[in-house]
Design a protein around this ligand. Structure first.
Ligand code: NDP
Ligand code: GUE
Length: 286
């Protein structure tokens, strides 16, 4: 029997807790605020940004969507970030990726105040994650949400073999760091990995974040493995599917996340959670 990991249900619990935290802060005169900056008109990005804005407002937060034209320059984007860095009503700044070619994404990340870096992409925060630094700092929301989901299903990474397929700054690398900090034995695989499927079969916990529809099938799994599907892909019919072939994993995986309804809702819920934490920490001067 394969357990379905219901990301939507776990996200709902996280959101309920966030709503309570927002109300407490508002009572003290602090309304957690997030700005999502989107450059250009990528339709997929626009959907995510709209979802984030709707959720933030529903939870009682202050939410701004700043839409900028495709032709925005590096200097213009930097000056907008500088504006929000000193805006006391904003606790979280998110610059939606991908960005147009004329924008140097790493330099944009570097310009965000690390205390407002709600994505957890600033090198200061990534450094803290890698060193398992004590105290508070933001961590990338997709991998953090995955850790919350694992905990909700009592899946403890300690001592387990984990394989992360994908090495992006947004998912793969922070995922591997979180699993390492949680005492798993971690392998990072990518497009240059030899015999990817044999590597995948070693995993007690397999996280797949490649953007390749149905890259992994049931035959590539260790029986009983926990499978986390981060992919948001389109199949030949334009249907939203994951990087894992969900149907062939049934009866082989011990537990699996669906697409949609798995990692996606957890990403948004964790983003809201992080925004509220940033508001709280800024009030404490941390
Ligand atoms: N649900 C959610 O909340 C989120 C979903 N996503 C989705 O997750 C997926 C990955 O996103 P992201 O990390 O940003 O993507 P990137 O394109 O930045 O990274 C993809 C990674 O997958 C690796 N890869 C690509 N093809 C293969 C292959 N054939 N075999 C093995 N590895 C491969 C790449 O290797 P190399 O480094 O060698 O190029 C790279 O490391 C996408 O579908 C995206 O839409 C992303 C963020 C959040
Ligand atoms: N700076 C930055 N931070 C991000 O966190 C970021 C980003 N840029 N760029 C794009 C990716 C992608 N991403 C998703 C968020 C929610 C869902 C989500 O809610 N998915 C729903 C389905 C949505 C649908 O139906 O299309 C689900 O899986 O159930 C998916 C993907 C965040 N990203």
């Amino acid at each position: 029997m394969t357990t379905l990991i219901d990301g939507k249900a776990v996200a709902k619990k996280v959101n309920q807790a966030t709503q309570v935290e927002v109300a407490k802060l508002v009572e003290r005169g602090i309304q957690p605020g997030i700005v999502v900056i989107i450059v250009g008109a990528d339709p997929a990005s626009q959907i995510y940004v709209r979802n984030k804005n709707r959720k933030a407002e529903k939870l009682g937060m202050h939410s701004i969507v700043r839409e900028l034209p495709e032709t925005t320059t590096q200097a213009e984007l930097l000056s907008i970030i500088a504006e929000y860095n000193v805006d006391p009503s904003i606790h979280g700044i998110l610059v939606q990726s991908p960005l147009p070619k004329q924008i140097n994404e790493p330099l944009i990340t570097l310009a965000i105040d690390p205390r407002k870096d709600v994505d957890g992409f600033h090198p200061t925060n990534i450094g803290k994650l890698l060193t398992n630094f004590p105290g508070h700092y933001p961590v990338a929301n997709t991998p953090r949400g995955i850790m919350t989901m694992l905990a909700a299903y009592d899946i403890d990474p300690a001592g387990k073999t984990a394989v992360v397929i994908g090495r992006s700054t947004i998912v793969g690398k922070p995922m591997a760091a979180l699993l390492t900090n949680a005492n798993a034995t971690v392998t990072i695989a990518h497009s240059r990995t030899k015999d990817l499927k044999a590597v995948a079969r070693t995993a007690d916990i397999l996280v797949v974040a490649t953007g390749i529809a149905h890259l992994i099938t049931g035959a590539d799994l260790k029986p009983g493995a926990t499978v986390i599907d981060v992919g948001m892909d389109r199949d030949a019919n334009g249907k939203l599917v994951g990087d894992v072939d969900f149907d062939s994993a049934q009866g082989i995986a011990g537990a699996i996340t669906p697409v949609p309804g798995g990692v996606g809702p957890m990403t948004i819920a964790t983003l809201m959670q992080t925004t509220v934490e940033l508001a709280k920490w800024s009030d404490l001067g941390e």
